[in-house]
Design a protein around this ligand. Structure first.
Ligand SMILES: Nc1ncnc2c1ncn2[C@@H]1O[C@H](COP(=O)(O)OP(=O)(O)OP(=O)(O)O)[C@@H](O)[C@H]1O
Ligand SMILES: [Mg+2]
Length: 250
């Protein structure tokens, strides 16, 4: 089997207005790899994440997105989720009236295509809440409803761990977290990696705190809708020290 999970080829994507946000972007993510995307505000990082997930607000005008060799450019987002692509949103949605427990149970059944055994599910949920140092009571609260910013981010990691995705796209999952919560989220990410060595991550982040202890393979710099530079983990420190000035004219 092809070891490349995600292969994005010369991608152009626009808003409904026709404004181009992603402008000729290439990216390849292999099984088990950890990629980081950094870039100035408004560069198109969240847009890229949404386009990979098939968000209906964005339109692919040219180029292709392949998943394990299959062209998924026009596939609906729930079908992408079934294939094992998971997106943790920069601003997670609140869903009033649906408990975390019910949401996770249906999402799990939808992504694996069969009903979830009750006892095993309950055990897994309790263990995962425990791992993320979240009180058991969260399971019976409505999805993200009334959660603090940090609690919402933890709830995204809870979903990631419960859904066993092949590729986790984390969009600023660390923003707004206190020091202890960054540590817990980082442990959650490491746990996700250790669940299966083929699990891959695409982490969008401005912060070095989260990235420091993760075995990052590649760092991509996204400027004006395009990846203008790719390097190793050392790039994170350079950007932290010097900002994006060197990359703006590339
Ligand atoms: N749904 C939308 N409607 C209008 N404009 C949008 C929409 N989505 C993205 N944009 C615009 O596209 C550009 C890129 O936005 P995006 O959110 O992808 O940036 P980003 O790199 O994630 O920035 P940040 O680091 O601030 O999160 C911005 O100018 C943004 O205003
Ligand atoms: Mg963003």
């Amino acid at each position: 089997m092809d070891q490349t999970l995600l292969n994005i080829n010369n991608l152009y994507a626009t808003l409904e207005s026709g404004k181009e946000i992603i402008c000729g972007l290439d990216l390849k993510v292999g099984q088990g790899e950890i990629h980081v995307i950094m870039g100035p505000n408004g560069a198109g990082k969240s847009t890229l994440a949404n386009v990979i997930m098939g968000h209906p607000d964005y339109f692919v005008k040219d180029g292709n997105i392949y998943w394990q060799g299959e062209d998924i450019t026009d596939l609906a987002s729930n079908e992408r989720a079934k294939k094992g692509i998971f997106l943790s949103f920069q601003t997670p949605e609140e869903i009033d009236g649906i408990t975390m427990r019910d949401f996770l149970k249906s999402a799990k059944a939808a992504t694996c295509g069969k009903p979830v055994p009750m006892l095993a599910f309950r055990k897994e949920l309790e263990e995962t809440l425990n791992l993320l140092q979240m009180d058991k009571a969260y399971a019976d609260r409505y999805v993200n409803f009334g959660f603090s910013g940090g609690e919402k981010k933890k709830s995204e990691i809870l979903q990631l761990l419960m859904l066993d995705a092949k590729l986790a796209i984390l969009d600023e999952t660390d923003s707004g977290l206190d020091v202890d919560a960054v540590k817990t989220v980082k442990e959650g990410i490491i746990h996700y990696r250790n669940q299966d060595e083929t699990h891959s991550l695409l982490i969008i982040s401005h912060s070095t705190k989260l990235l420091k202890d993760l075995p990052v393979d590649y760092v991509h710099v996204l400027v004006n809708g395009k990846i203008v530079f790719t390097g190793g983990k050392e790039l994170i420190q350079k950007i932290d020290r010097e900002g994006f000035a060197d990359f703006l004219s590339m």
